[in-house]
Design a protein around this ligand. Structure first.
Ligand code: GSH
Length: 357
């Protein structure tokens, strides 16, 4: 049932008992719930959409940098990452941390896969989840509150936390990746990991260009499809998503990676969407024109990155599948987690041989 007023009204109470029925009125980032008692409550929208029903990504509030001569200097065991294994943005930072060999230098806390009414929270009763031993908080909102008392913005992961100053350094995954790539080389576990540059200066322009169309149409594109609340918004996003996947398929038919034959951050950023595509986005976000397995090069590329030493340890399909399907009750009101598909991300891809230097 959908009714309209100045915003967009969704009634999603059909599966809930009458006393718990709520009417959501979405605006850009907040909504009011009207309980059956008539009482109104102002809350953060489950997803930020505009008046046209188009998904608008979360804005990032903390944009400080770790630099050798600044307030936040690179130090071993000073910084901590709060992540969700389900989240493609957090996963980018986890992969960068892994490839750069920074497990001993930057600790992590993995949130519960469920993002419920109060947002991300800590638990230790799911595989790989941990309580918050750094700040002893119950949920991510409390972490944001510690950094910025009275904080009213969105509470997202990843978060890069400074244990010394006790604040959030940065909550923008693209920037956290760049800091992990560049500022912590002194703490990499091996020389190869220290020398690995995921964003080399000679490729920077190309990486930024690739990141830009992949971000707009693929990384955020799947969310634009899945979180669209009007047919028009979906009809705008879905063809752009598949046109961009076609474009990436073409690029990856000519070189092993997106910017030639060197692995860069652009590959990681595409990978974290592709690894979730057939298992979640295809059905849950209605991205079903084609699957990644239907694209020979994208499918080979996905397995190639997955099999890059360290990467598979950051991927957890149980977290991924349960997070999306259990958390988004506005999309999946009965919270049924789908059975498949069976995919073998470990099967040979042959791209190393095909694109031998
Ligand atoms: N700009 C952020 C976006 C991160 C983001 O949207 N994370 C999602 C999880 S996949 C989140 O925590 N959303 C909670 C919310 O927006 O309320 C980044 O790339 O780091």
């Amino acid at each position: 049932m959908i009714a309209r007023s100045s915003g967009i009204l969704h009634t999603i109470g059909a599966s809930l008992s009458t006393s718990r029925r709520v009417v959501y009125q979405l605006t850009n980032s907040h909504f009011t719930t009207t309980m059956s008692s008539g009482q109104k409550e102002e809350k953060m929208a489950p997803v930020p959409t505009n008046e046209k029903g188009e998904f608008k990504g979360a804005t990032t509030a903390f944009r400080d940098w770790i630099t050798a001569d600044g307030k936040f200097q690179p130090e071993k065991d000073r910084y901590h990452l709060y992540v969700s294994l389900a989240c493609p943005w957090a996963s980018r930072t986890l992969i960068a941390r892994k490839l750069k060999g920074l497990e001993d230098a930057v600790g992590i806390t993995v949130v519960d896969w469920l993002m419920a009414d109060k947002g991300w929270f800590f638990s230790d009763d799911k595989p790989k989840t941990t309580l918050d031993s750094v700040n002893n908080c119950k949920n991510m909102r409390e972490i944001y509150e510690l950094a910025s008392p009275g904080y009213t913005g969105r509470v997202s992961v990843p978060v890069l936390w400074d244990k010394k100053i006790k604040t959030i350094v940065n909550n923008e995954s693209a920037e956290i990746m760049r800091m992990l790539n560049r500022e912590f080389n002194a703490f990499s576990a091996t020389k190869d990991q220290q020398e690995l540059d995921l964003c080399p200066a000679d490729l920077l322009k190309e990486i930024d260009e690739v990141n830009s169309w992949i971000f707009d149409n693929i990384n955020i594109g799947v969310y634009k499809c899945g979180f669209a609340t009007t047919q028009e918004a979906y009809d705008d996003a879905a063809p752009k998503l598949f046109a961009a996947l076609d474009r990436a398929e073409e690029v990856l038919s000519k070189s092993r990676y997106l910017c030639g034959n060197r692995l860069t951050e652009a590959d990681i950023r595409l990978f974290t969407t592709l690894i979730r595509f057939d298992t979640v986005y295809a059905h849950h976000f209605k991205c079903n024109k084609k699957r990644i397995v239907d694209y020979p090069n994208l499918w080979g590329f996905t397995r190639d990155i997955f099999q890059t030493p360290g990467v598979s340890e950051t991927v957890d399909q149980e977290h991924i599948q349960k997070h999306y399907q259990l958390s988004h009750v506005h999309i999946n009101p009965h919270r049924i987690v789908a059975i498949g598909p069976d995919l073998d991300f470990d099967s040979p891809h042959g791209r190393d041989v095909k694109f031998q230097k």
